[in-house]
Design a protein around this ligand. Structure first.
Ligand code: PEP
Ligand code: MN
Length: 356
């Protein structure tokens, strides 16, 4: 991390960036009103820190000893206060501020009628972003893989429905990109590119999606530590795309016997992540629990714990859903979750402000 002098000129900043590039590294320039910080991206052994420190305009070269530097609080503290997160703007929706943002929709887009009806009903319940899977990651090759897996024409058609439904009801839309080859097609139609838990470790997919410049929702792998989760998110940031929203969605249960939930929702990760990075963090109680009767309680707990939002699978008739029927709630139930979330966040934010 290179801290420039307060009066450093544009030329001096450019010279430092050029010097970094000359050594085969990339530079992340954080420019504030008075201060500029330059982060190195790549293998740092290729460059001499002492030479950089001697360049005109350079105040200090500081080693950040963690695997996720560019999203770390250390690196960003001159620009974003410790108790604040980055605001990711998606259309008119602001993710990362005081008010939690609720994303909702079916697990999978199954038909035009289905996605339009769900869009209408989740909007009326107070949802701000419409979700719906078109390429579904499934454990069995024999189960429904999403309309996208039937071919490009079907994928395009489903993406058009999703976008049109979002447009009609005034919500930006989000869908999962399951593989690199789908990236550009999905980017044509959606506002948020979702990278699913199973693909959190796919650094090529992360970079490719990052390059589209679209906001990205990155879900935590169910076996990943928080450190790994944050480190992999940095592959997106390294592409110059800072609009990353993190999502905790449960980790694998431990011990013998039944855990009664699909995964273990790691709510401790929420305040930890807010402490470590400025990226907003939301929670997915649907995949974590795998049960609709737990969604209200887990959502309230997540918001009380400081989550910037929730993503909740919702369907007007959950039993009808081909995928994840057991964990879907109805739009009426979603409305209660949203009302409670907004009230809880106001209460806990007042306390947080008092103590900061
Ligand atoms: C999803 O959100 O549709 C999904 C498959 O979730 P995850 O990647 O967290 O399993
Ligand atoms: Mn699902």
């Amino acid at each position: 991390m290179i801290l420039m002098e307060k009066g450093a000129t544009k030329e001096q900043i450019k010279d430092v960036v050029d010097e970094i590039k000359k050594h085969g590294l990339r530079a992340d320039v954080l420019q504030g009103d008075f201060l500029t910080i330059i982060g190195l991206i790549g293998d740092e052994r290729k460059i001499s820190f002492s030479n950089l420190a001697l360049m005109p305009g350079v105040k200090e070269v500081i080693a950040v000893e963690i695997p996720y530097k560019l999203i770390s609080r250390d690196y960003s503290k001159q620009f974003i206060a410790k108790e604040k997160s980055r605001i990711v703007k998606v259309g008119d929706v602001l993710i990362g501020g005081d008010e939690p943002v609720i994303m909702a929709g079916p697990c999978a887009v199954e038909s035009k009628e289905q996605i339009f009806r769900i869009a209408k009903e989740v909007k009326a319940a107070g949802a701000k972003i419409l979700r719906g899977g078109i390429y579904k990651p499934r454990s069995s090759v024999h189960s429904f893989q999403g309309l996208g897996s039937r071919g490009e024409a079907e994928a395009r058609e489903a993406l058009q429905w999703l976008r049109a439904a979002g447009h009609q009801y005034g919500m930006p839309v989000m869908t999962e990109v399951r593989g690199e080859a789908q990236t550009e097609l999905v980017a044509e139609y959606v506002d948020i590119m979702q990278i699913g838990a199973r693909n959190m470790y796919d650094q090529d997919l992360l970079s490719r999606v990052g390059k589209t410049g679209k906001p990205v929702l990155l879900k935590r792998h169910f076996g990943a530590s928080v450190e790994e989760f944050l480190s992999f998110s940095e592959y997106i940031i390294a592409e110059g795309n800072k609009d990353v929203i993190l999502c905790e969605r449960g980790i694998v249960p431990v011990g013998k016997g039944n855990s009664y939930t699909r995964y273990i929702l790691d709510l401790g990760a929420v305040p930890v992540i807010k402490n470590e990075t400025y990226l907003p963090i939301i929670v997915d109680p649907s995949h974590a629990a795998g049960r609709r009767d737990l969604i209200f309680d887990l959502s309230c707990a997540a918001i009380a714990g400081g989550a910037h939002g929730l993503v909740i699978e919702t369907h007007y008739n959950p039993k009808e859903a081909i995928v994840d029927a057991k964990q879907m709630i109805t739009p009426d139930e979603l409305k209660d979750v949203i009302d409670a979330s907004l009230r809880i966040s106001r209460i806990v934010n007042d306390y947080r402000k008092k103590s900061s």
